[in-house]
Structure formats: C-alpha cells, structure tokens
Design a protein. Structure first.
Ligand code: AMP
Length: 398
C-alpha cells in the first residue's frame, strides 16, 4: 500500500479514563496506538485520527444536549502530542465543516485529531451516511482500535465498506492483538492453562465452553466459583451466586470431564462478614461457608495450588481477578496468580492477559512487562477468544 502523500484516516481507541479536571489518568490506550501513528508519519502520510471517548449520548446534560466540555477529545491533545513528539491539530467536529476544512489543509507529516465520534448520533447505529462522510475525508482507512472491534459502529466497521482492499488495513496494535490471540487459539504449546475469574459465570459462559475444548487446565476463581460450589452441593453462605446458572455450572463440569480437561476450583476462601475492606475475615473451605459470610478471595491453599499448575504450563490465558482485588484484604489471591503468571513467562511460557480487570491487577503489581502480552481490549478480546467474528476485523478483511 502506498502511504506517501496520502491522507490516512486511522481509527484508534483513545477511550481513556480522565480525572475531575479532565486529566488523563491512564494513557495505556494512547501509547498503544503511537507506533501506528508514527509509522504513518514516517511513510509520508497526512494523518487524521478518530476515536470515541466515554458515553456522551448516555450522559446528556440536563437540557438534553451533549456535554461537549466533558467528553471532548481535546482533553487528550496535550498527552498525545507529548507521546508522538509533535504538535496535534484538532477539529471541533468529526465530519463537519471544521473537520473538512482542516483535512483539506492537512499536509504530509501533520496530524489532525477529529472530535469524539460519539457526538454523532449515527456512530453507534452504524449509520451508512455518516460512515461515508468519514470515508470521504481520506484516501486510506486504518483500523487500530482493537478495543472496539466487536462493535459494528460507523467508524469501526461500516466505514471500511467505502474502501477497497488496497485502501484499508489493520494498524500495528490491531495486528499484534490478533496475532497474540491466534497464538493461543491455534496449536498452542501444551499444557495450556486458562485462569478465569471475575464476578459472574454468565459473562464468561461462552469463553468457558470454548476453553474446555482448548485448554488442559481451567482454573476458576473470583465470585463465579461459588456458583460451581453451590451446584456441586456445597454451602456458600452469602457469597455471590447466580441461581439461574447452577445447571450450566454442572454441564460445564460434565463436558470438561468428558473431554479430559481439568477444572480447578479454589479449595479454600477468604470469607468476610460484610462487603467491606474493614470486615472481619476468616479462611474456610470454599464449600463450607456459613450464612452471614461471603467468599471474597481465594484462600492461601488455593493460591498455592493454582500457582503450581500455572508455573508448569507452557501457555497461559488469564481473564478476570480471583477476588475483590480492589480492596487490599481480598487482593492476595489475584496477586499470587499474577506472580505465578510472571514466573511461568520466565520459564518460557507464552502468557496472555486477556483484558479488563486482570490487566489492572497486573499493572498494579508492575508486572506488565513480565508477561508475554497484555491485551488492550477487554470485551473485544473475550469475544475473539470465544470464536466470534468481530465486525471491525471482518470489515477490513472483506
Ligand atoms: P469481571 O468484570 O467479570 O472480570 O469481574 C471483575 C469484578 O469481579 C471485580 O470488580 C471484582 O471485585 C469482582 N469479584 C471478584 N471476585 C469476587 C467475589 N468473590 N465476590 C464478589 N465480587 C467479586
């Protein structure tokens, strides 16, 4: 593809957290897109960047209008400029007069950031007219927004239909995400261990089903473990359970048994008498939790057992915390797993942190560079691993 002197529109995921003064508090996603942006500049393109930020349509002002002050992408211009090492021009709209004028004036080597795509009512609806207006801004479309690849929005998927195969491509981040996910899915080195945690079984049902076919070992922790214990006839007190998923928990275990996939549940738990960092705590067997107590983390025996399995693995996927790691007394299990994943990596395993809260945990411990790959896309990575076709990826390949 020829990039020299071309206007290139790159969709990135700059949906970063901001504090009350609109300062960027975590720039991981911005940094993720920098290699692609720099590469386009080096290749002599005029670079137009577009992204969404937050949910402006869900959080309208009292008078029913968009809160532009809160959701403008102008908030990130300064940080972006520092990270790319050159000034960033900014358009006050996404496809309106200002964007069109500034795009027309844009020279090779310059970077223009468009206003939040979600200020456009057609964005989330995947509106064709809006997508065409976006497409009209550029000669080439690059999709580097893995975090939104599971959405068929105007800027992430529909727009790609206005470019032929010679004028659309993946960005470097997107390529890396896909390559790493595929490394796990296609002929992974064995044993393969998947660690699945987080609040609910219902969110990870399809993932677990897929993993039973793929993995040798599945470690289950976090709130979802108690639905399994209850399904198996245990006592879980006031722990988080999904009564309507008891049958599913049984079926998943039955399928694992038939396929010869080991399922590891946490033998013991740290239980608390309140959902609170200052609550009283005890260590008990996970299937013998008294009423009035709830399991908020895996116990020390479980942490040791899980770490053993992880360290012996050659491929590891981790998605979801082992407990309520946001509160220090219940973060130990998640931290133990994070350290075991880092140790496995050191032993030569390929380790993939599959997005969301496990990424926060690995960052909390400063271990992000001690694992093979940390995904930037929570929901998108989950869907990809489940085997779903992601609209953002399909649209580029079409
Ligand atoms: P998810 O988004 O499904 O990965 O879930 C992450 C959330 O699950 C985190 O906010 C954790 O605090 C929460 N979580 C993990 N373990 C438990 C537990 N035992 N009880 C209640 N919530 C939990």
């Amino acid at each position: 593809m020829k990039f020299q002197d071309k206007k290139v529109l790159i969709r990135v995921d700059f949906n970063v957290p901001l504090d009350k003064d609109f300062q960027v508090t975590d720039d991981t996603r911005i940094r993720g897109a920098i290699p692609s942006i720099k590469q386009l500049i080096e290749r002599g393109s005029a670079v137009i960047i577009m992204s969404h930020l937050g949910r402006p349509m869900k959080k309208l002002k009292e008078d029913g209008t968009i809160d532009k002050e809160r959701f403008t992408l102008r908030h990130i211009v300064h940080r972006l400029s520092k990270l790319v090492g050159q000034p960033i021009l900014f358009a006050e709209d996404t496809v309106g007069e200002d964007a069109q004028r500034k795009v027309a004036d844009l020279q090779p080597g310059q970077i223009l950031l468009l206003e939040n795509t979600r200020f456009e009512p057609g964005e989330k609806k995947g509106d064709k007219e809006l997508a065409q207006k976006m497409a009209n801004l550029a000669d080439i479309y690059v999709n580097d927004a893995f975090g939104t690849a599971h959405r068929a929005h105007a800027s992430t998927a529909i727009i790609a239909s206005f470019f032929d195969k010679k004028h659309k491509t993946f960005g470097l981040l997107m390529e890396k995400e896909i390559a790493n996910a595929n490394k796990l899915l296609n002929n992974p080195e064995r044993p393969v261990t998947a660690i699945v945690g987080g609040a609910k079984v219902s969110d990870k049902m399809l993932l677990l089903d897929k993993l039973i076919d793929l993995a040798d070992n599945i470690i289950i922790g976090g709130g979802m473990a108690y639905t399994f214990f209850l399904a198996n006839g245990g006592k879980v007190g006031n722990s988080l359970v999904e009564q309507d998923r008891l049958q599913l928990a049984k079926e998943l275990q039955e399928k694992a048994h038939q396929k010869g996939t080991n399922i590891y549940l946490p033998k013991d738990s740290i239980v608390a008498d309140d959902f609170n960092a200052n609550a009283h705590t005890l260590v008990v067997n996970s299937d013998e939790i008294e009423d009035g107590w709830m399991g908020l983390d895996i116990g020390p025996e479980a942490a040791t057992a899980f770490a053993e399995v992880i360290k012996k693995s050659k491929t590891v996927l981790w998605n979801g915390p082992m407990g309520v790691f946001e509160m220090a007394p219940f973060a130990g299990g998640t931290h133990a797993v994070a350290k075991a994943v880092a140790a496995a990596t050191q032993n030569g395993a390929f380790t993939l942190i599959g997005g969301g809260d496990s990424v926060a945990a690995i960052n909390q411990l400063g271990l992000a560079d001690k694992v093979s790959y940390v995904s930037t896309g929570g929901g998108a990575m989950l869907k990809f691993l489940e085997g779903a076709k992601l609209p953002g990826i399909e649209a580029i390949e079409a």
